[in-house]
Design a binder for this molecule. Structure first.
Ligand code: URA
Length: 237
């Protein structure tokens, strides 16, 4: 890989900025000044320093974010903070959210630059399970559980696929539930409850494709996935 690409990929600067750094002898490769921006380096083998600090190459990065309410699942937005604004310790500048949660939804969102993993995770044919915790205005009943399991009309061409609804508690006209769905239609969870005359008042995704939200992460906090978690999510695809 060219040295200027290596440095630009790791967020040191734009391609033209890093060329200047190389020219100004602010970069070394294995202790020597490089011959030029086009010099080839081997990620993981050659030692690249910028202003004396090592720059290691991360081809892919994977972060688990506990998305807070009030930010959008996008890379940039004119009006709102985005989930990418929350990721401060990124090396790569090509990160994006793998999937979407509504602006008011909280919980597990994978942030990565691995396009293939994201594509597979979201591909409709893969039926990757996603589990949500929700508080519902209304008393969720056994009939609702049966309706969700059978598949229901939410105004799409086809009924929803069977979904597993578990009632956690139900009192004073409010219910707490967990719901696992294997598709990702627009506002799907909210529309499924609307279809049975109830309203989702709080929604949080707690797992996706075998990856569980780390419950030590407060809304807005994130951490890198462990090697084991990356392996788990890849094994489910
Ligand atoms: N279903 C919804 O209605 N909203 C989300 O954010 C995710 C699933």
């Amino acid at each position: 890989m060219r040295l200027d690409k290596y440095l630009a990929d790791m967020g040191i600067g734009t391609r033209s900025e890093v060329k200047q750094y190389i020219r100004k002898k602010q970069v070394t490769v294995n202790g020597a000044f490089p011959t030029g921006a086009q010099q080839k380096v081997e990620p993981g083998q050659d030692q690249v320093l910028f202003r004396g600090e090592p720059v290691s190459y991360a081809r892919y990065e994977y972060f688990m974010l506990n998305k807070p309410g009030g930010c959008v699942s996008a890379v940039t937005d004119r009006d709102c903070p985005t989930v990418l604004d929350l990721i401060e310790e990124k090396s790569r500048r090509d990160l994006f959210p793998a999937g979407r949660l509504d602006k008011d939804t909280e919980g597990l969102l994978l942030i990565t630059n691995d396009g293939m993993l994201s594509h597979n995770l979201l591909a409709p044919g893969k039926h990757i399970p996603k589990t949500y915790y929700a508080r519902i205005s209304g008393e969720v009943t056994k009939e609702d559980v049966a309706n969700f399991a059978a598949g229901m009309d939410i105004g799409e061409k086809k009924d929803t696929l069977p979904a597993r609804l578990t009632i956690l508690s139900c009192e004073d006209g409010m219910s707490e539930i967990e719901l696992t769905i294997t598709e990702g239609k627009f506002h799907q969870v909210k529309r499924m409850f609307e279809a049975v005359g109830k309203e989702v008042v709080y929604l949080k995704r707690i797992s996706m494709g075998g990856l569980k939200l780390d419950d030590s992460l407060k809304p807005g906090e994130y951490r890198a996935l462990t090697e084991e978690e990356i392996a788990i999510i890849k094994s489910r695809l």
